[in-house]
Design a protein around this ligand. Structure first.
Ligand code: SAH
Length: 349
């Protein structure tokens, strides 16, 4: 079956999509053709973004969450998770330090924490846009109403990350409690697009119950949504969740998905995620070689980093991460690229 794979790769490269069955064949095909896929994806990344890698400063400002996703370590039912919130001043300090280090995009991420009312979030967005007008603000705060998304946008937020988690409805139900619906998640993404945000969707590779068909559904959904960013990383089990016994997603499958997405959406922004760096010591570098062009190091104060535990053994939570910048710079140079000081807007518009 895999003899056909080179034809499929050529078709994916020239037509930028495949049928569902063709995606399933590509997904099921073992490792031996992965170098061809990888090198095509790297070529397309270079054609679109050169050797530039953008960096985003991730500020995880609260791990309180009203939702109860079965895979996530900060889910509401995890009573052994020590909860924290950053103050307005803490967040301002993260941005000050981040700006000094060359970050020109700040990503505000949290659980769905009711303490952070719309007014509080707007105040934070406005302050960042006032103090750093040359920077982009990305939000990753979960599901909100159209009115609230619009308000944040009008306050100056540029981008919104909301992973769809899985584009297969039956699979979605296995990852979430009943009150969190597939339709609700998808509608949020649609609304974010309509409002005019640069939108990011995404999914975990190797989440429990995922099969090749689910991944093919993810790819076709991404093609249709045509987002500016796609965040994907391996699922990693967390010991205090219902999925603690499941194994982590694989490095190879994650890299394969990154490469396929680069070929489908040549101008998309594609991060080499922290989860990827967590399952492999050279995960970020391998992600870049597979077509990724963004890194999102943690800018949260060191004292709270290990409390934002979506999964076990997350990297860069300790003191030694020393703001990651120089260590990251060396890693990125080792794969022929350079970290740039820029907002790094998407070329997929
Ligand atoms: N509350 C926000 C941010 C969620 S955390 C929201 O709902 O969008 C960001 C992402 O981390 C999630 O979308 C999910 O895809 C990922 N994540 C959560 N638990 C994980 C795990 N155990 N392994 C890997 N990734 C995980």
């Amino acid at each position: 079956m895999c003899l056909m794979i080179n034809n499929l790769l050529d078709k994916l490269y020239s037509e930028r999509t495949l049928s569902k069955d063709e995606f399933i064949s590509l997904i099921n095909c073992p490792k031996d053709t992965s170098e061809h896929l990888r090198s095509l994806a790297e070529k397309v990344r270079i054609e679109n973004y050169g050797h530039d890698i953008y960096m985003r400063g991730l500020i995880e400002f609260s791990n309180y969450c009203r939702q109860d996703c079965y895979y996530c370590g900060i889910r509401r039912s995890n009573t052994s998770c020590p909860r924290y919130r950053l103050s307005f001043n803490d967040i301002a300090e993260c941005c000050r330090e981040g700006y000094r280090l060359g970050f020109r995009t700040f990503v505000l991420q949290s659980g769905e924490d009711p303490y952070f009312t719309d007014d509080r979030i707007c105040k934070i967005i406005e302050a960042i846009k006032r103090d750093y007008p040359d920077c982009a603000v990305t939000l990753s705060l979960g599901e909100k109403s159209r009115e609230i998304y619009k308000r944040f946008f009008d306050c100056g937020a540029d981008r919104y990350l909301l992973r769809h988690e899985t584009a297969n409805k039956a699979h979605f139900k296995k990852l979430h409690p009943e009150n969190q619906t597939f339709e609700g998640r998808m509608e949020c993404l649609q609304i974010l697009k309509e409002i005019g945000y640069q939108v990011g969707c995404g999914f975990m590779v190797g989440s429990p119950f995922q099969n090749a068909e689910c991944l093919a559904d993810d790819l076709l959904f991404i093609k249709k949504l045509n987002p500016q960013m796609v965040g994907i990383g391996p699922f990693i089990p967390h010991g205090q969740t219902p999925f603690k016994e499941y194994s982590a997603g694989s490095l190879d499958m994650t890299l394969k998905m990154l490469s396929i997405i680069r070929l489908m959406l040549p101008g998309v922004l594609l991060p080499a995620t922290t989860a990827l760096a967590t399952i492999d010591p050279r995960g970020r570098e391998k992600g870049i070689l597979a077509g990724a062009n963004v890194v999102m190091p943690n800018l949260s104060p060191v004292k709270v980093r290990e409390k934002y535990q979506l999964y076990d053994n997350k990297v860069c939570t300790g003191e030694e991460s020393a703001q990651c910048r120089s260590c990251l710079e060396k890693r990125i140079q080792s794969v022929g690229c350079r970290l740039v000081v820029a907002r790094g807007d998407s070329k997929n518009i």
